[in-house]
Design a protein around this ligand. Structure first.
Ligand code: MF3
Ligand code: CO
Ligand code: CO
Length: 313
């Protein structure tokens, strides 16, 4: 009977390449943020400067990160309601921007290293940092929406890959197992564990399902800075021995692929796509390493998150 014991992944044919491929659309003008909203230091110049913040947060910063994380989670739940065939990613950007400023926060991506929009929307074979544009979502697409808000001096960063209408079996598997991989990485977080425990948990799960793990983009320290010095790879390398310690705040945001994880970046200098045009999915939470494990910041007070609310299976 051993022969029958093949995983669901192995029974799927090799994933098709994206047809038609995602192409750059038209990008609308930069959106405005009302004067009264406090901005991160790069908002004017586009330059975040060198990462200088400590990896460990103060009690006051942790309290602020709970508020920023909760707001990011709520905005991502809001964004999920917009996802439907025919809706442009530009429209999603507009609505998310309005929702964030209405809540008194700054949309962290806006002008971060010159990024032109308020949210990232990454469709199908786009791995991350897709720029919202005039392309309408199509039935069968998958789209990652990555929301970051700057509130009370800190950032909350979270993303989900949504299914648009009915998607094929490969995409469903990819989305489901990327979500699972993120949570396995999160469960590996504990005081004293080496940072490579996270990548080990994620890569082991990806291999089980014959999915690729993107190496060029990694999780990051986050707090008063959008991206601080702490690096969280999603692949395993035993040389990554930095210990996780109580009070560290960072993201876990694996990008998994149906084909090879190799990528290139469009001429816009942002949009990262798989070289083989096969699809990629990503999920992201911002969390805190605590004395007894971890705390996920990017959830509502009742523990809700878009990753679960919009899960199809
Ligand atoms: N939110 C992304 C992350 O998870 C970063 C986006 S940077 C931007 O780290 F400039 F593209 F917005
Ligand atoms: Co992030
Ligand atoms: Co993000």
């Amino acid at each position: 009977m051993a022969k029958r014991k093949r995983s669901r992944t192995a029974t799927l044919e090799r994933a098709p390449i994206s047809d038609p491929p995602v192409r750059p659309g038209l990008v609308g003008p930069r959106r405005r943020v009302p004067r009264h909203i406090p901005r991160p230091p790069y908002a004017r110049t586009g330059e975040p400067g060198p990462a200088v913040s400590a990896p460990v947060r103060s009690a006051a910063e942790i309290a602020a990160m709970r508020r920023a994380g909760q707001m990011a989670a709520e905005v991502l739940l809001f964004a999920g309601r917009l996802v439907a065939p025919g809706v442009t990613t530009e429209r999603i950007d507009a609505e998310v921007h309005e929702e964030i400023v209405r809540r008194g926060a700054y949309p962290s991506p806006l002008n971060y290293r010159g990024y032109p929009k308020s949210v990232c929307t990454s469709v199908n074979e786009v791995i991350c940092h897709g720029i919202p544009d005039s392309r309408p979502l199509a039935d069968g697409d998958i789209v990652n929406i990555d929301v970051t808000v700057y509130l009370d001096g800190v950032h909350g960063d979270t993303s989900v890959t949504f299914e648009v209408g009915e998607v094929d079996d490969h995409s469903r598997l990819l989305v489901r197992e990327t979500r699972a991989a993120m949570y396995l990485g999160i469960e590996a977080v504990r005081d004293g564990a080496p940072v490579c425990a996270i990548g080990q948990a994620i890569e082991t799960h990806a291999r089980t399902h014959r999915l690729g793990v993107v190496r060029e983009f990694i999780g990051h320290g986050v707090g008063t800075e959008f991206h601080s010095g702490l690096q969280i790879p999603h692949y395993y390398d035993r040389r990554h021995t930095t210990p996780l310690t109580t009070g560290m705040s960072f993201t876990i945001e694996p990008m998994l692929t149906l084909g090879a994880p190799d990528l290139y970046v469009w001429d816009d200098q942002w949009t990262a796509v798989t070289a083989d045009q096969r699809r990629s999915a990503q999920f992201e939470h911002t969390l805190l390493c605590t004395g007894d494990g971890m705390e996920i910041f990017t959830r509502t007070p009742s523990g809700e998150g878009a990753a679960e609310v919009y899960a199809r299976d």
